[in-house]
Structures are given as structure tokens and as C-alpha cells.
Design a protein around this ligand. Sequence first.
Ligand code: PGA
Length: 256
Amino acid sequence: MSYLVAANWKMNKTVGETLEYLDLFLPSVKELTKVEIMIAPPFTALSSASIRLDAARKEGEYNVKLGAQNMFYEEKGAFTGEISPLMLSELEVDYVIIGHSERRHKFGEKDSLINKKVISAVEHGIRPILCVGETLEEREQGKTLSVVERQIRSGLSGVERDMIYIDIAYEPVWAIGTGVNATPEQAQEVHRFIRSLINEISKGNDSKTRILYGGSVNEKNARELIKEKNIDGFLVGTASLDPERFYRIITEVMEV
Ligand code: PGA
């Protein structure tokens, strides 16, 4: 299982800015090995990014994967403003981030909706990255593991035997975009718990499932975090917006 380092650009970058970024970034990772890299631009830039990444692959450059930041679970219909798995598949999207804390807390997505999206992504051959994590209040009340367990059990309901097609991202809400990352010990405690949980629910069929850490990952803290046994990569927001900083995070992961 190779490490996965994924960029979540959120609501940042126009098409022009996406292409500028890829022109700088793709040559820099040309020689790298060992690490899987994914970039999730906004929906509007997916098509252009897809064409650019495809061209890079054909030229023998690094096989950078494409991700979407969200999707709806139906294939088509009267769902104004939503994007379907078929639309993503057409653009050769490899990954989809599901249940990001901003979707949960700013847009009110519930576990049941997130579960439908995970099932649909798996059915359409798009690898979901299911995001879970506690708020500061929940941590202070000692509920971290129970919240994560609920999010995982319900997010994966019905696809327990398909764990090899799914990745998980542990992203404590209090660490996202705050500059305060979880310590390696805090992250390890939850990652170890998630690993045993998915091992139990998948009946050991989780050998390809990576557990990423997300929340204020940067080029300075990446190395100490990735050294932890159950941390299999990162989901990076702010620091991924700069191609040089994202590159440095990837090289830190490669050193391990
Ligand atoms: P951050 O975001 O790196 O800016 O904390 C991570 C994420 O939300 O995926």
C-alpha cells in the first residue's frame, strides 16, 4: 500500500490558476516514486485539469490522480446544483472526497446522506475518501472515539466488504484551517482505533484502505506525522494551494 498525499483545494483557483499550478507542479514531481498524489480542484476546473493530467501521463510524467471534492449519489435528475458520479466518471476522476467536515458542519450533511454518497461512489468505480473527525467540544467531552466510530460505522454501512476500494481521512474539525495540527500522539490514537474498527467491520478486507490525516498539515509537521505507524498519507488544504509547499510535503513523505 503506497502513501497517498491528496490536495483539497476547496473553493480556490479558477481554471486559469489551476492550469498555471499544474504547469509548475507536474514537472517538479516527474522523478518521484513511492507516493500516490491526488489533486482535487473545484468542479469548474475538473475538466481542464483532467485533460492536462492525461497529457502529462501520455508524456510519461508522474501519474497524478484527479479528485472531486463532493458528489451527489444519483446519476441524474432534478437535483439543481448537484454533480453526479456519471459526470465525474466522464472526466476520469479517480477519487471523491465525501463527508468533509465543511460539508457536514457548514452544509448540514448527515451520516445517512454521506453513506449514500459513499455507496454510489464505490458502485461507480470512483474511490471515496470518507472524512471523519470530532469537533473541539466533542474532544473536550471525551467523545472523540465514539464520534469517529459513529461516523465510520454509518458512513460505511452496506459497503463493509468493499473496504479495499475506500480510503478514510481523519480530520479533527479543530485542526482544519486553524494552523493547529493534531500531535502525532493524538493522531496515532485515533488512527489506530480506526484501523482496528475497519478491520473488524470489513472482516479483514481492508488491506488497501489508507487512513489519511488531515488538519493543518504543512511542510514542517509532515515528517513527524507520517512516521506514525497508522498514518498512511495526508489530506492537505491550505498548504496544498502553493505548488512548492505541496511538493515539499510530498518529499517529506517520501523520506520515510
Ligand atoms: P487544512 O485543510 O490543511 O487547511 O487544515 C485540510 C482539509 O480540510 O482537508
